[in-house]
Ligand binder design. Structure first.
Ligand code: KIV
Ligand code: NA
Length: 265
């Protein structure tokens, strides 16, 4: 099998082949995701929620993202690894953004970075791209701005925000981004955007008219049974399966059933 590159993703869009993307934050999970044939592994700042238990993505640090990303990189042999620039590591100016992106590339071995926003972060994107670092955009619901939005509900339902999203997508394409994540916007809008640009649009809660899909791995495996938005398809019920298995272990220990004669030296 061939390694997935930013170039191959653009070719996949041109060929009409959908792109599969999932998050991973650690070595063991990334090994499974890579072996299963996922095209892109996102070391998302959703690690802040999923791995660290924070309510938002804001608290996770650049050092913590690098720790997660380096663990993922050590596990993969095919997937493209994209790493989120965390909140506070790229918003103040383009130089800081470049410094943060360079740290991710050098210290984790990731293949590309992702950052949230359109025209607001134009200079930072340019600067990072000029250094030879591939950039993935992220538009629509951008969780690092949750305190501006106030809620995690669907974005760009009104014309003004939909127009800005379209403009931003075209800008990101023009700047040289290799792909864009579009999160939680009406399906017809996401499809229109995907058809208007030649770089892939990877959707989450953005319908089937885009060029690929991304989900948080813990959500799609059903490890978290509190979070069930409409866009989430659960492929396993790991929360139940794992609590049952662990409960059996507890019982086996308490009843001295484990270890048995064969399970000792
Ligand atoms: O951090 C993340 O998991 C993401 C995806 C939801 C796109 O940015
Ligand atoms: Na993210």
């Amino acid at each position: 099998y061939k390694r997935v590159t930013t170039k191959s993703l653009i070719e996949m869009k041109a060929d009409g082949e959908k792109i599969s993307m999932l998050t991973a934050y650690d070595f063991s999970m990334a090994k499974i995701v890579d072996a299963a044939g996922v095209d892109v592994i996102l070391v998302g700042d959703s690690a802040s929620n999923v791995m660290a238990g924070h309510e938002t993505t804001l608290p996770i640090t650049l050092d913590q993202m690098i720790y997660h990303a380096s663990s993922v990189v050590r596990a993969i042999s095919r997937s493209l690894v994209v790493v989120d620039l965390p909140f506070g590591s790229y918003q103040s100016d383009a130089k800081e953004a470049l410094r943060s992106a360079i740290r991710i590339m050098k210290e984790s071995g990731g293949h590309a970075v992702k950052l949230e926003g359109g025209s607001e972060v134009k200079d930072s994107i340019k600067k990072i791209l000029n250094a030879g670092i591939p950039v993935m955009g992220h538009l629509g619901l951008t969780p690092q701005s949750i305190y501006k939005f106030g809620t995690y509900t669907v974005r760009a339902k009104e014309e003004e925000e939909a127009d800005k999203l379209m403009k931003d997508a075209k800008l990101l394409e023009k700047l040289g981004c290799f792909a864009i994540v579009i999160e939680k916007v009406p399906a017809h809008l996401a499809e229109k955007v995907a058809k208007s640009i030649s770089i892939p649009v990877i959707g989450i809660g953005a319908g089937g008219g885009v060029d690929g899909q991304v989900l948080v791995i813990h959500d799609m495996l059903g490890m978290n049974n509190e979070f069930s938005p409409r866009f989430l398809r659960r492929y396993l019920s790991l929360y139940e399966e794992m609590t049952t298995a662990i409960g059996q272990y507890v019982n086996d220990v308490k009843s001295s059933d484990f270890p048995n004669e064969k399970e000792q030296y």
